[in-house]
Design a protein around this ligand. Structure first.
Ligand SMILES: CC(C)(COP(=O)(O)OP(=O)(O)OC[C@H]1O[C@@H](n2cnc3c(N)ncnc32)[C@H](O)[C@@H]1OP(=O)(O)O)[C@@H](O)C(=O)NCCC(=O)NCCS
Length: 170
């Protein structure tokens, strides 16, 4: 059975596990194992998870199959650096485990995230996507995001990745 729900600080250890597993699966062959390990060690800590899960402006939602988490999203209620009329919230991450790709888990998470942005009273969802990540870009194109302009430079170990800010109305 599949279910989806908002999670809080009690989920910190499971979030770290999902962060690491989904990142390694998504970027295997894109970044070297050393760079992936460096990124995971620097970013996917229990402290970071607890900070995100206890931040009033951040919502984390996980999808479960038979009680086990298989994917998540993290949404932050803050405006896009490129002004959008009606206000916006950032989809910081949306990931599912590789064995669940194509299962509908991503669709359920994405619909929930759109509802949450409307719940915040914002008109837009925005995000930054790496220019290298063609699979993610295809996913966002399919989900009606439009490119707005350049985003931050992401660092994955020694790799430097330019990014593009994309947004869609909710
Ligand atoms: C992107 C991701 C969350 C989608 O989850 P999923 O469970 O595979 O998606 P679903 O099975 O719910 O599919 C939802 C829809 O998106 C489509 N889709 C999924 N991945 C796609 C892609 N890379 N490009 C285009 N469409 C895609 C599906 O075909 C489906 O379309 P439909 O509604 O017309 O049937 C998942 O593939 C993932 O975690 N990928 C790796 C991490 C990543 O790239 N995250 C996003 C950027 S950070």
């Amino acid at each position: 059975m599949t279910s989806i729900r908002t999670v809080g600080i009690e989920f910190a250890d499971q979030l770290v596990g999902l962060w690491v597993d989904t990142f390694m699966q998504a970027y295997d062959g894109v970044h070297t194992p050393e760079n992936i390990r460096a990124y995971c060690a620097a970013n996917f800590t229990a402290e970071r998870a607890k900070a995100d899960l206890s931040d009033d402006r951040t919502r984390c939602c996980a999808v479960f199959r038979d009680g086990r988490p298989t994917g998540f999203y993290i949404l932050k209620d803050h405006d896009c650096p490129i002004a959008l009329e009606g206000g916006s919230a950032e989809l910081k991450q949306i990931y599912v485990l590789a064995k669940e790709y194509g299962s509908g888990a991503g669709r359920a998470l994405f619909q929930d995230a759109l509802d949450a942005v409307r719940g915040f009273g914002r008109a837009w969802m925005w995000l930054s996507v790496s220019d290298l990540n063609q699979r993610a870009q295809a996913y966002y194109d399919k989900n009606d995001f439009e490119p707005l302009g350049p985003g931050p430079v992401f660092e994955v170990g020694t790799d430097r990745l330019t990014s593009t800010i994309m947004a869609r109305r909710v």
